[in-house]
Design a protein. Sequence first.
Length: 650
Amino acid sequence: MNGLDPESSLNAEQVAAVRAPDGPVLVIAAAGTGKTRTLTWRVAWLVERGIDPSGILLLTFTNRAAREMMDRARTLVGDPVGGVWGGTFHHVANRILRRHARAIGFDNDFTILDEDDTLSLLRACISELGLREKHFPKADVLRSLFSLARNRATPLSDEIHRRFRETPVDAEGVFRVFTAFTDRKRQINAMDFDDLLIQTLRLFDEHPAALASYQERFLHVLVDEYQDTNPIQARLVDALAARHRNLFVVGDDFQSIYSWRGADFRNFLSFPDRYPGTAVFKLETNYRSLPGILQVANACIAGNPEQFQKILRAIRQSTERPIRAELRDGDQQAKYVIEQISRSIRDGIPKKEIAILYRSHYHAMELQLELTRRGIPFSITSGIRFFEQAHIKDACALLRLVQNPGDEPAFLRLLSLLPRVGEKTALRIWASLGRRFAVRLPEARNAVDRALPGPAKADWKTMISAFDELEPNRLDQQPGEIVYRFVSAFYTAYAEETFENAERRLEDLEELINFLGRFSSISDFLSDMALMSHVEEESSGGVRKADSGEGVLLSTIHQSKGLEWSVVIVLWLAEGLFPSQRTLESQDEVAEERRLFYVATTRARDRLILCAPRCRRTRDQGMAFYAPSRFLQEIPTGLVQIDRPVLTMN
DNA sequence: GTTTCGGTTCTTTTT
DNA sequence: GAACCGAAAC
C-alpha cells in the first residue's frame, strides 16, 4: 500500500501522465505504448494520494477493459480500489437510472431491451401502424437508423436523408414509427441500450439536483478509449466532470474504428479546445513490436487526414521485416496460413500466441475448412454471444416477466414456444390481457390458457408448472430455481424437438442455472446480463462457451483491439475486401479502414504476415479478380519482404 | 388468416 | 448461422 513508486515501473512519458496535475488532461497514447498501464497507475496513484475511491469514476468501452484495469489497480494499492466506480458507459448509466428512473417516467426496475427485443418491438410498431409494405424500410434498417441518429445527436430527418440518398422513402411513416416505438418503450417500462445513455442525460437536464449530486461526488473522472466516444457519451462525460473539472482522458485517434456506431474521433481531437488549459501528454514508446512492424504501421497511417501527429518509436531491436504474401486465391491462402502456423509452432511459439485477423467473418471461411480438415484446433470470436443465443434468451424471458409484468417482448417470446402460436396469436393474447401478465396470479395464467389454441394448452400448463410450488412473493429471489424447473418441466422436451444440437444447448442452460446461483435477485442478474458482452474465456467461474480452446485464434480486427500476439496473420488484403467495397466511395470511410489496418498490424509483437490473394470464387462458379489492397501499395518498397510461395502441399 | 417450412442471401460491431 | 421471403400446410 505504501510507497507506490511510478518511476520504478514506468517510463518517463508514462510517469508524467500518471503524475499530471488536477484539471483536464489528454493522454495521446499510440498502440502498444502502455495506455492501460498508465490509466491503471493513475487510478492507483489518486487512491494513494488519499482521494476517496468512491469519488473516482473510470469509464471504459468494454467490460473486459474495466475488469482488467480494476484488477491491476487492486494489485497496486489493494482493496480500497473496490470503491471506485468503474465500468462501461452503459453500466454506469444503468446504475444511475436504477435510482432515478422514476423521476423521468419509468419504474426503477425497468427492463433493458437488447437488439433482438428492440427489433421485435419495432416490427410490432410497424405492423400496428399498417406500414408493413413492400417498400417500407424493415425493422432492422430502422433500428440502426434510429440508433445512429440518437448516438450522433443528429435530427432523425438528417439521418433519413443520409441513409436514403437516392431511394424514395416514406419519411413521415418513419417518424411515426419512431414516436410509437418511444411511447411503447415507456408503456412497457423498458429501455434499449441507447436509452440508457440518453435517458441519463435527460435526467440530468430535467433534475439538476440529481446531476449536482453526481458532479459533487466524482472528484475525478477518467475515460479510456476516448477516441471512440460518440457525442452522447462525450456529453455525459462533460456533465459529470463539470463541477471539479478533473477529467483525464486517454485514447489514440489512429485507432478510432467505431464511427459506424456513432463514434466521432473529432471529440478526441477537439478536447483541448473544449477544455482550455488541458495538459497534453504523448506516449510514443512502443514496447510491443519489432521495429519492422512499427515502420509499416507508421507508413500506412501517415497519409490519413485530420489526426494528432505521432510516431511509434520502437524499443526492441531486430532487422526482421513483415511479410507480404502474394497468393492466387482463398484456397492457396488457407494452405499458406497453415504452413506459417506450422512454421511458427516449429519455432517454439505456442498456438495461443498466433492470431489470424480479418475484416469480415466470412473472409475466414476457407481457412476454417482447412483447419478443420487437418485437425488443427482453433477458436473463433464469432458474432453470436452466449446471452444472445435463442435457448438462453428463452429462459431469460421467463425471468424478465417475473420482474416486469409489462415486458411485452418477453411474453411474446415465451408464448411463441408453444405449438400453433406465432406472432399474431401471441400479440392478440397479450392485448386481451391488457398488456400485462403477472406470472404469480393464477387468474392470469388461466386467462392465457383460455385464449390459447387447442394444441398449445397442454404445453402452456407444463411450462407454467415451473412456478407451482414456489412462494409467489419470493419469486424474485430465486432465479436459479425458476429456470431449473422451467428447463426440466418444459424446455428439455422443446429443445429436443426443435434443435438438432439440443444436447449442447441444454448444457448451456445447465451452465446458466449454475451461474444464476450467484445472484440473489432477478433484477441484479438481468441488468448484468443485458450489459455483458460476450462472456470471456478468462472470466473465472463464469458461464463459458463450449469452444473456448487452446488453439490458434481467428478473429475480426474489431474484436482484436487492445490485444496482442507474437504472430499475426492478416487475411484478404485485396481492394474491395479490405478496404471493403462499401467503404470505397467515401474518403472518411477509407480513412477508417486504414485505421483498422493500423490496428491489425500493431497487434503483432514479432511476426506480421499480410496475405494478398488475387482472386476469389463467386457464387455462380465464376472468378472475381482483385487488386492488392491500397494499404499494401502504400507501404514503401523495402519495408516488407515479399513471399511468393510455390506450394508443394496438396 | 396464421403458422411452418424450405430455399436464398449475406455475414465490420458493443452495450 | 441466422434472417428474410415466398409458398405450402394447418
